[in-house]
Design a protein around this ligand. Structure first.
Ligand code: 5GP
Ligand code: ZN
Length: 118
């Protein structure tokens, strides 16, 4: 999608502080962090929202969830039992989604956080 912000980051056309990449997904720091650690994990294939996901996308969504604790810990988040993380996906206008390319927010670090509207 030529007009999609996250597709442009995936293509390297817009810079981002990348923390992970494989064949299926990319992770980078959110430009406006709501917590001491705030990463975004995106599939490399453009899918606008969680409501648009098809069976072929399910595996990468599972990978995005599964890698979240590792990426939080590698980027300054505290591990359990004292630490932890929050994973959030905003879906559509009522979900507060602003960028229409599926992404998982990974929030971690010592509280208090500036917070998201959750
Ligand atoms: P949404 O509201 O769609 O769930 O979240 C979009 C997120 O993308 C926001 O947290 C916002 O700060 C982040 N964001 C917006 N533009 C950019 C950008 O150009 N680079 C990065 N790294 N993050 C961005
Ligand atoms: Zn996209």
């Amino acid at each position: 999608m030529s007009d999609c912000l996250f597709c442009k980051i995936i293509a390297g056309e817009i810079p981002a502080r990348q923390v992970y990449e494989d064949d299926d997904m990319l992770a980078f720091h959110d430009i406006n962090p709501a917590a001491p650690v705030h990463l975004l994990i995106v599939p490399k294939t453009h899918v606008a929202t969680l409501a648009d996901v098809c069976p072929a996308d399910e595996a990468v969504l599972g990978k995005m969830m599964a890698i979240a604790p590792r990426l939080a810990a590698e980027n300054g988040g505290r591990t359990l039992p004292d630490g932890g993380l929050r994973v959030v996906m905003n879906v559509g206008p009522d979900g507060g989604q602003e960028v229409y390319h599926v992404h998982l927010h990974v929030l971690a670090g010592e509280r208090p956080w500036r917070g998201m509207a959750v």
